[in-house]
Ligand binder design. Sequence first.
Ligand code: ATP
Ligand code: MG
Length: 409
Amino acid sequence: MRIYKVGGAVRDRLLGKPVTDIDWVVVGATTEEMLAKGFRPVGSDFPVFLHPKSGEEYALARTERKSGRGYGGFTFHASPEVTLEEDLIRRDLTINAMAEDDQQNLTDPYHGQRDLEARLLRHVSPAFAEDPLRVLRVARFAARYAALGFTVAPETLELMRQLSESGELQALTAERSWKEISRALMEDQPQVFIEVLRACGALKELMPEVDALFGVPQPQAHHPEIDTGAHTLSVLEQAARHKQPLTVRWACLLHDLGKGLTPEEEWPRHIAHEFKGLKLIKAVNERFKAPKDCQELALLVGEYHTHGHRALELKPSTLLELLQSFDVYRRPQRFEEFIAACEMDARGRKGLEQRSYPQADYLRGAATAARSVAVQPLLEKGFKGPELGEAIKRERLKALKAYKETASF
Ligand code: ATP
Ligand code: MG
C-alpha cells in the first residue's frame, strides 16, 4: 500500500499556513489489510479508518458517483485498483486535490499549485455539481483565504449558480449546512462567505431573509452606508475583527432581518423592525438547527439591539426590564455577548468603525448596580414568594435610579 497526505494539509503547507489536521489517502490496500494493521474503522458509510496511534484519518482511495438527491445519494467504489488520480478527481477544489508522499513529492494532476499561485478557487471537474455542500465549502474557503487575495474562479461561480438554481441546496441537511456556516462565520472575513453565497444565488436559497436585506435603504444619518445588506456585512466584519465568538457573529448576521419586511412606502425608516424580525430569526435558527446559545442570543439581540444603542436615555424601569429579560443575575456572560453585538452593530457603519461606544460600559454598570441588590435583608424582613420577587425588583429599580443619577457618561 502507498500512503499520501491529501487535501488541506498539502494546501496549507504550500501556502505556508499552519497545518492542524492531516488527512491521508491509502492506495492499493483493502479494508482487511487496514484492519490487520490495527486501523480502526470510522462508521460504516465510507472506507475511512483512524490510525491506531495518531488518531488521524486514513481513507482508502475511492471513486464516487451520484445516484440520487442529496448527500445520501452517493455510491462509492473503493478497491486496491483505484488510483491516486482517480481519488483526487472527486475532490471539490483543485487546491484541495493535491497529494504528497513522505518525501514531499507532489502529485498534482489538476493543477492545484498553479491555482494556488493564481489565488483561484477552482473546481476540479464537472462532478463538482454532484454535492451541493460544495457551494458552502467554496464560500467558506473564500472567506478564509480572502486576505491572501483568493477569489472564486468565474467558471466555478457559474457552476455554483447553476447548483443554486437547481434547488439542490434544499436537499442539504441542517447539520451539514450548520457545520459549514458556523465554521465560515469563525473565519477572519466571514462577510466574504455571505458575499460569495449571494453572488451565486445560494443566499436566496439558504437564507432568503438575509438576501432580502440587500437593496433595502436605511436613514443616512445613522447609516452612511444606507443599504441594510451592506450594513449587515460590515457588522459581521467588525465582529470578526474584534474576535467575537460564534454566538455574537450569528446574532450580528440576523439582527436586522425585520428591515426586510418594511413596506417600501415606509423606507428608509423601519418602525418596530426589532419585533417584526423575531419570527424570521426564529425561522433561520430552526432551519439550521443552530445551537441553543446561538439561537437565544440572536433572538435577544434582534429584539433589544436598539435598547442597547439608546442605553443612556432609557428610563430606569426600561433598563430594569432589559436586564430582567437577559436574566443578567444568572447569565452575565450572555449579557456581555449582547453588549458586544450592539457594539459591532454600531461600528458596522460606513466611516463609524472607530467610534466609541459608551453604552457598553453604561450597560455593564447598570447590570452591576442591579446585581448588587442583596436578597438576604429582604428575606429577613419576611418577604416570601411573589412578594419577595416584587421587593427585589423594587430594590433593583432604586439601585438603577441611583446609578442613572450618579453615573458620569
Ligand atoms: P480544513 O482546513 O477546513 O480542514 P480541508 O480541505 O482539509 O480543509 P476537510 O473537510 O478536512 O477540508 O476535507 C479534506 C479533503 O477532502 C478536502 O481537502 C477535499 O479534498 C475533500 N473534501 C471534503 N469534503 C468534500 C466535499 N464535500 N466534496 C469534495 N471534496 C471534499
Ligand atoms: Mg482537513
